[in-house]
Write a protein that binds this ligand. Structure first.
Ligand code: PXP
Length: 236
């Protein structure tokens, strides 16, 4: 199982004072150094953390995969087409949300999504769709010929009882299997931490986990490289 480290909140810290430090690209370089498999950066329309120039610097200085998370807003799609990252993960985005609250409802925006996916593929960018672990969404991802999906693990992360946790794990396991039957690569992320990741890593067929917030929090106590290393050790 591979680890993609989301460095958005390193940029959140930088933006708090509007300066140059801490630099999310330097954080990304250190992730690569300790063995992370990819870097995730979310370019939000409001540019609240990652800035356009962070993406272009990261693209230049990384050898591992750069996964650009974004909505299908035309201005952001334009940046992606210029950047041509290895991968784009399409997510829903609401201005007032603190973080991505749920997966895309693919059937509601099927035609627009199809245009964006095909446009990015023409630039050699692989597209992944961030969806809830629901059969209906996976069927639509298949109809859109998406090569990959990322399952939103927020419901699992927020589950409060042992029963609810088991229910969400079963839901994720079933979704990963269905994606596998359709030849769609399965990734997962959102709200994963050093405790709840242990059950997730046992799901067969999951190729990649994308984790950000918990790693940034852990880094406050043990340092950035150690925090990334600890997560890598857990999912290996
Ligand atoms: N994957 C996707 C698609 C996301 O939107 C996010 C949050 O930006 C993450 C993974 C990482 O979530 P977290 O920061 O909660 O680990």
């Amino acid at each position: 199982m591979k680890l993609g480290v989301n460095v958005d909140h390193v940029a959140t810290l930088r933006q708090a004072r509007g300066g140059r430090t801490p630099d999310p690209v330097e954080a990304a370089r250190l992730c690569e150094k300790v063995g992370a498999h990819s870097i995730v950066m979310h370019l939000r329309e409001d540019r609240r953390h990652i800035q356009d120039e962070d993406l272009f610097r990261a693209q230049k200085s990384l050898s591992i995969k750069l996964n650009l998370e974004m909505s299908i807003a035309p201005s952001v799609v334009k940046v992606a087409r210029r950047l041509r990252p290895d991968q784009v993960t399409l997510v829903p985005e609401k201005r007032m949300e603190r973080t991505t609250e749920g997966g895309l409802d693919l059937s509601r925006k099927k035609e627009a999504l199809k245009r964006v996916i095909r446009g990015l593929e023409a630039k050699n960018v692989e597209v992944s769709l961030f969806i809830d672990p629901d059969a209906r969404q996976i069927e639509t991802a298949k109809a859109l010929a998406a090569p990959a999906v990322e399952f939103h693990t927020g419901d699992y992360a927020n589950a409060a009882s042992a029963g609810a946790i088991q229910k969400e794990l079963k839901r994720l396991d079933k979704a990963v299997r269905l994606a596998g039957e359709y030849g769609i690569k399965a990734h997962a992320g959102h709200g994963l931490d050093y405790h709840n990741v242990k059950a997730i890593r046992r799901i067969k067929g999951l190729e990649e986990l994308n984790i950000g917030y918990s790693i940034v929090c852990r880094a406050v106590w043990v340092g950035w490289e150690n925090a990334v290393q600890e997560m890598l050790d857990l999912i290996r």
